[in-house]
Design a protein around this ligand. Structure first.
Ligand code: PHB
Length: 398
């Protein structure tokens, strides 16, 4: 049988059509898989160094929320990819690119250290990867460097510092010395303190620093002893905070010059600090005995899962997962639909163990700053230093 030209054209057309249908079906199947396969979550946190414990608490908090949702967020399984960032800014860009380029994660969760987080924010902005920061307070990230795809579940460095400045002035202190590590978190925290303190009549007479993560405090303590300010404000955290609070007490300074700070100075550190931290006042968006049904349930679940008490870092990790969940729900589980994910997070009221919060225009929590006092192994709440404090987010344009 001779095949006419017309028949041949028709069959070729049909083959072409079948090809198109097959391609479309494959694309659809791919999209369906992208919406039903696991969400790839890149955890970039410190697993070594002075902030290692903070990284663990954040990861545990995040995973607790996911476990409470049956292992899924927005109907999607979660698959983890991990990088130890060592709180090392010089390695930050390489480290974050392991998650963005090699592992092709859908969302980045990290990190603790402000210098590392600044590099993460830059990479997230360039690659349009969703980023939720579960600690690092670098003011610029929710200020001039703000972006649609970048959120924070924690605080800006300014927030607890500013609140403590107000409290210290209200206590009648006039002359303060600040002492911290010389990097974004330390300098911004002490600047926040200075702004709060000086706008209420106090004066910061000296700003002392040492490089991160050094813990050779002796010369600086000697300087404080000779200058005799009314109060000392310090930002340290993790292992560095343990050593500093102990050294301050060992030098006998806590008897005459109160040491205050953002709550990081005494959060997750009290067992190790023991007697040296007793009676210290700090300000933070969390405390150990808020005694709300929400916080009690969270603390019980955390203690059951991890055999240790929750702290602020655990809360921030837990809330990062809640924020991701809110975004995914709004997008019907489709993480690639970033406009919907972003709108979902922006609109959400997060039911945090710290108390419910919403995000500012720069994507930073608007939250109460509690005044806390160390009693035994607890940061006990003594009141609200400033209610619903929003970071000014100066220079943020989206
Ligand atoms: C920071 O680097 O932004 C930082 C680190 C540890 C804290 C708080 C802030 O506890």
């Amino acid at each position: 049988m001779k095949t006419s030209k017309k028949t041949l054209r028709t069959s070729m057309g049909m083959i072409g059509a079948i090809g198109t249908v097959t391609t479309a079906a494959m694309l659809l199947a791919g999209a369906a898989h992208a919406q039903s396969g696991p969400i790839k979550v890149g955890l970039m946190l410190p697993a070594t160094g002075t902030y290692a414990n903070l990284g663990t608490m954040i990861e545990n908090g995040f995973k607790l929320y996911v476990a409470e949702q049956g292992g899924k967020l927005g109907g999607r399984e979660i698959q983890y990819f991990k990088v130890d960032d060592e709180s090392e800014p010089a390695k930050a860009t390489d480290n974050v690119n392991k998650l963005i380029k090699r592992d092709q994660v859908d969302v980045l969760i990290g990190t603790v250290h402000s210098g590392v987080a600044l590099a993460m924010a830059k990479a997230a902005k360039e690659s349009h990867t969703l980023l939720i920061i579960p600690n690092a307070g670098a003011d610029a990230i929710t200020g001039p460097l703000c972006a649609k795809n970048i959120f924070r579940s924690s605080f800006s460095n300014w927030q607890p510092g500013y609140a403590m400045g107000k409290v210290a002035a209200q206590k009648g202190h006039k002359k303060a010395i600040t002492l911290t590590w010389n990097y974004a978190a330390g300098t911004e925290s002490t600047k926040g303190f200075q702004e709060g303190f000086e706008s209420s009549g106090g004066k910061v007479v000296q700003a002392l620093t040492l490089p991160f993560p050094n813990v050779e405090f002796q010369a600086l303590l000697t300087q404080i002893a000779s200058q005799k300010p009314d109060v000392v404000y310090s930002f340290f955290a993790g292992g560095g905070a343990v050593k500093f609070v102990k050294d301050y007490a060992a030098a006998g300074l806590n008897k005459t010059i109160p040491l205050v700070g953002p709550g990081f100075l005494t959060d997750g550190t009290l067992e190790a600090q023991g007697a040296s931290a007793q009676g210290m006042l700090t300000t933070l968006h969390y405390a150990d005995n808020l005694n709300t049904p929400r916080d009690n349930a969270f603390r019980l679940a955390f203690a059951k899962s991890y055999k240790q008490n929750a702290d602020v870092y655990a809360v921030q990790g837990y809330d990062a997962a809640q924020m991701l969940s809110a975004g995914l729900k709004a997008a019907g589980g489709d993480i690639k639909n970033q406009d919907k994910v972003v709108a979902g997070i922006e609109a959400a009221q997060i039911d945090s163990p710290r108390g419910k919060f919403k995000l500012s225009a720069g994507h930073n929590p608007i939250q109460d700053q509690y005044l806390r006092e160390v009693k035994g192994n607890l940061n006990e709440v003594r009141g609200v230093a400033i209610k619903t404090l929003a970071d000014p987010g100066k220079g943020c344009k989206m």
